[in-house]
Design a protein around this ligand. Structure first.
Ligand SMILES: C[S@@+](CC[C@H](N)C(=O)[O-])C[C@H]1O[C@@H](n2cnc3c(N)ncnc32)[C@H](O)[C@@H]1O
Length: 224
């Protein structure tokens, strides 16, 4: 069975390493903040945002209980203001949209009006070869509309700058799903030296074909 949470971590870990800078744009109870903090380690940095003071309290407790490295800054502000707080490129960012699980202010969920500017701003500060992951909960109305809005927005991005994709269970329409946005690396996508190796292989192949044709022509000449 597809495990969407394991898949999310797999994608993030393909881009994020020890010493990098990351951001959790919807801190909630701090599960994603902890994952990012442990991944980037003592030499890295993690910024985490939430509108609710209760989320900061819960996250701080969780990070301390789990012995997370002291590499995090917890910010009580809406994520669409992220550029006021982050002044460096980030290698990975995570949005886990929706309501705070088990929160006391049930009315606070992420909303389209701030989600879209926040995702746009996060893509602006994403480093080359960085990744932004946005998990969507279509089981409630605002979540479904946020997902539709993000799909429409993703389709407008230049694929040479940002590769946008969506991972979704097709036979469970109200189950959570996620988008990933991967920024192009600074260097060309092909590995350095690959073009030269391909050219050498093509030259070897051409020489083999020439040799075979020459041998065939000689054989045919001998038979006549
Ligand atoms: C689904 S929860 C996140 C769960 C979290 N990642 C975790 O590991 O527990 C979504 C969180 O987004 C927060 N939120 C809603 N609107 C926000 C906004 N504009 N800026 C930042 N956080 C927001 C909510 O308060 C809630 O805690």
């Amino acid at each position: 069975m597809v495990d969407l949470l394991a898949l999310q971590k797999h994608f993030i870990l393909a881009h994020l390493a020890e010493g990098d800078v990351a951001a959790d744009f919807t801190m909630g109870n701090g599960n994603d903040t902890l994952f990012l903090s442990q991944t980037v380690g003592e030499r890295g940095r993690v910024y985490a945002f939430d509108l609710q003071e209760s989320a900061l309290i819960s996250t701080r407790r969780h990070l301390e209980e789990q012995g997370a490295p002291q590499n995090y800054t917890l910010i009580c502000a809406s994520h669409h203001r992220l550029k006021e707080f982050i002044h460096e490129p980030i290698k990975a960012g995570m949005f886990n949209l929706g309501y705070l699980p088990g929160g006391d202010e049930k009315g606070i969920t992420t909303k389209r009006a701030t989600t879209l500017p926040a995702v746009e701003a996060a893509l602006d500060i994403l480093a080359p070869d960085g990744i932004l992951l946005v998990a969507v909960y279509p089981g409630h109305d605002e979540g479904r509309l946020e997902g539709d809005m993000l799909a429409e927005y993703a389709a407008t991005l230049s694929r040479y700058r940002i590769c946008a994709s969506r991972f979704q269970l097709l036979n469970s329409p109200s189950a959570p799903y996620f988008f990933i946005f991967e920024k192009a690396p600074d260097k060309p996508l092909r590995r350095p030296g690959r073009a030269a190796k391909n050219a050498a292989r093509a030259a070897r192949l051409a020489a083999q074909i020439n040799e075979a044709s020459r041998a065939l022509a000689e054989e045919e000449g001998a038979e006549q």
